[in-house]
Structures are given as C-alpha cells and as structure tokens.
Design a binder for this molecule. Structure first.
Ligand code: NAD
Length: 365
C-alpha cells in the first residue's frame, strides 16, 4: 500500500534543505520499492504571507490525512514584529497540538568522522548513539493553574503547575521501551522523585510499565545526575525517557555533544505513529538563499520518517549509511568543515548523498 508524505518547507533555509531531502526520499523510495505520494503545504511565515495564518486550514486538511510530515523550519526576522500569538512559531505549536504529537524523539548521534567537532574529547563521543524521548504535550509547560498574581502585600508571585496523569506517563514509557527493544535494550528514566511528587508517580508508572518489557533493562536517574552523566560519559546511555521540561534541557545538552546543529534530526509522534519530522536547527535566516546550509539534518530526518512512520527500516538504514559514506568521502558543508577542509554547498551535498545511495558498492572505495 502507498504512503502519503506531506512536505512543509517553511522559511529561511527550510525550502533549500527540504528540496535535498525530497530528492533523497524519492530516490530511496524507488530503490526500495516504496510507493510514496508527496504533497506540499505552507507552514510558518510563508503561510502567513500566502494564506494569512501560520497553520492555515488548507495545511490542516492535508496534515490530518498524511502518514508523515517533513518540515524544514519556520520563523525569521521578517515576522518578528508580529504579536506573539501571530508569529510563525505558533504554526508549529498548533500543528503539534492538532496531530496530538505527544512524543519527541531526539537522537544524538555522532558520526565518528566528525568527532573533532564536539567540545568534548573525541574518545568520549565518537560513535555516540543515544535517543532522548521527551514527553511533549504535558507537564509544567501546560499545567493549570498558571500565571502571575499580586499578593495582598503588593508583591507579585509567579506560579505554574507540574502535573502528569498516569495515562500520559504510561504512553510515553511504553514508546521508550518499544524503541529500546529495537536498539540496545536499555532505558534510563529521568526524574526528580526525591523532591517532586509528580515525578514520584512518573517513577512508579515507568517501573510498572517496564514489567511488560522484560527484555529491556530499566534504570532511574535524578535529572541533576543525568545532566552530569551526559557530559561525563554520554555513551553509557541508550534511550533516555523523561518529561517535558527535563527533556527540553537534556535534549539540547545532548545535541551539543555532537558539536553540529546541522546534523541533528528529530521526530514528534502520535499514538498512530504519524509523525512530524524536522531538523533540530531553525530557519537560519543569516545563511538563507546562499546554498550553504547543511541539508544532512533534514536528510537524516527522512531516515527517521522511513523508520518510525513508514516502517521501512532498510530504507532508513540505507539513508543513514549514505550520509556516513559521504562524510567518509570527505564531503563537508561549511558548518562541519575543519579549518582548511574543502567545502560543498547544500545542493552538492544532496547530490553526494544521492550518489552514495545509488552506488552502495562504493562503500569502501
Ligand atoms: P538557527 O538554528 O536557525 O541558527 C543558529 C545558527 O546555526 C546560525 O548561525 C545558523 O546559520 C546556523 N545553522 C542552523 N542550521 C544550519 C544548517 N542546516 N547548516 C548550517 N548552519 C546552520 O537558530 P536561531 O538563529 O536561533 O533562529 C532563527 C529562526 O529560526 C528564528 O526565527 C527562530 O524562531 C526559528 N527557529 C525555528 C525552529 C523550528 O522551526 N523548529 C527551531 C529553532 C529556531
């Protein structure tokens, strides 16, 4: 049966990197006998300009019907003067809520060829492959009541509510165990159960859920220790699962272990395995339209899309291997080039990945 994928190029470098990812997706589909119907829609600033809303109705209709969505990035200085509620980034929040994308998957992978790009010693990070699973639609970012109130003595007080229901914890834990069972079989659940009751419940529910996955090893870490371990010895982890706020912070820490934002893909999934796939970086307006953005984060997002929404693991592996191969062959965009290394542009990097996909026999060439 065919699959439908909706492309959302967005703003800034978004259209440039999505164009390369599209070529890769079309090529790998042909090579692996996948029927993929591609469509495009507007999201973010471009949608505001063309249709008057960051997440317009026409995009909503297509998004709800797609098996997976591939986003470039949204936002840019052009729209910065708009009121917060009308900005391009609202489109992203709206589509996440509309599709009920409750799980954010952020792999932190470091291709050995780029180990020198990390701020950590190469031996600590070379070959790093961890996956952070962050709950995305609950926790303190959404809890009610929230606000800033004025007390009787005139002093102002800010307050938020940290809340998780058992069902919310269970569904994210289940996903983490499923993912770990297809990787190295280890889950680290991150909480602050020594201080926060809500994360005591988190720990209980994750432990209960683990009983259905005897093949997966579970450990619990307090978030302060997890942060420390991530920069001390990151390769000890396989899958880390945590709530919204801790995940927000830890996934950015993990991203920096790899040294290059231009290499990092991400996925946000719902209970139907429909997902929104996007590079971790933003729209990089400073380099937009110059054919110098690194398309590999978006191309690696295609690999995640194939694996998690289209159930095409072989095709996903082929894309990741092709990326590894072009790095091995010495192709570098400016953001990942060491001093003195030759640099290629966005389109040339896309073409190099296509060649590597089409000629897998050149692996060791
Ligand atoms: P950014 O990630 O766009 O850029 C940060 C720096 O990294 C810039 O110097 C940029 O040139 C560089 N960079 C980013 N991606 C690159 C790539 N693929 N290749 C080479 N270099 C790359 O972050 P920012 O500057 O803070 O934000 C710019 C705009 O993007 C803002 O409007 C912001 O709101 C938006 N943004 C969107 C998303 C998203 O769509 N998910 C995420 C973050 C930021």
């Amino acid at each position: 049966m065919g699959h439908s994928v909706l492309l959302l190029p967005g703003d800034g470098i978004g259209p440039e990197v999505v164009a390369q990812a599209r070529r890769v997706l079309e090529c790998v589909a042909a090579l692996h006998g996948l029927t993929i119907e591609l469509d495009e829609a507007n999201l973010g600033g471009v949608a505001i300009d063309r249709e008057g809303a960051a997440y317009p109705e026409s995009t909503r209709v297509k998004a709800r019907e797609a098996d997976a969505l591939l986003l470039g990035a949204v936002g840019g200085p052009r729209w910065d003067a708009l009121p917060a509620g009308d900005r391009p980034e609202r489109g992203l929040l709206a589509i996440r809520a509309d599709l009920d994308l409750f799980a954010n998957l952020r792999p932190a992978m470091l291709f050995p060829q780029l180990a020198n790009a990390s701020s950590l010693k190469p031996e600590l990070v070379a070959g790093l492959d961890i996956l952070i699973v962050r709950e995305l639609t609950g926790g303190i970012y959404f809890g009610e009541p929230r606000g800033i109130r004025t007390l009787e003595n005139g002093e102002r007080e800010g307050f938020n509510t940290y809340v998780y229901r058992e069902s919310e914890i269970e569904r994210i834990a289940r996903l983490a165990f499923e993912l770990a069972s297809k990787r190295d079989g280890r889950v680290t659940s991150v909480d602050k159960a020594n201080v926060l009751e809500v994360t005591q419940l988190w720990r209980d529910v994750v432990s209960q859920t683990a009983q259905a996955y005897p093949e997966v090893m579970l450990e619990h870490l307090y978030v302060d220790n997890a942060a420390m371990q991530l920069v001390r010895a990151p390769k000890q982890f396989d899958v880390l699962v945590t709530g919204n706020i801790f995940g927000d912070i830890l996934s950015d820490t993990a991203a920096m272990l790899t040294g290059s934002i231009g290499m990092l893909p991400s996925a946000s999934l719902n209970a139907r395995s429909c997902g929104l796939y996007e590079p971790v970086h933003g729209s990089a307006p400073d380099i937009a339209g110059q054919d110098c953005a690194n398309p590999l984060a978006t191309i690696l997002s295609v690999a995640m899309l194939l694996r998690y929404s289209l159930n095409a693991g072989d095709a996903a592996n082929a894309v990741e291997q092709a990326v590894s191969r072009v790095l091995q062959q010495g192709y570098r965009t400016a953001d990942i080039a060491a001093q003195g290394e030759a640099v290629v542009g966005t389109e040339a990097m896309g073409s190099a990945v296509l060649s590597a996909l089409e000629q897998p026999q050149d692996v060791n060439a």
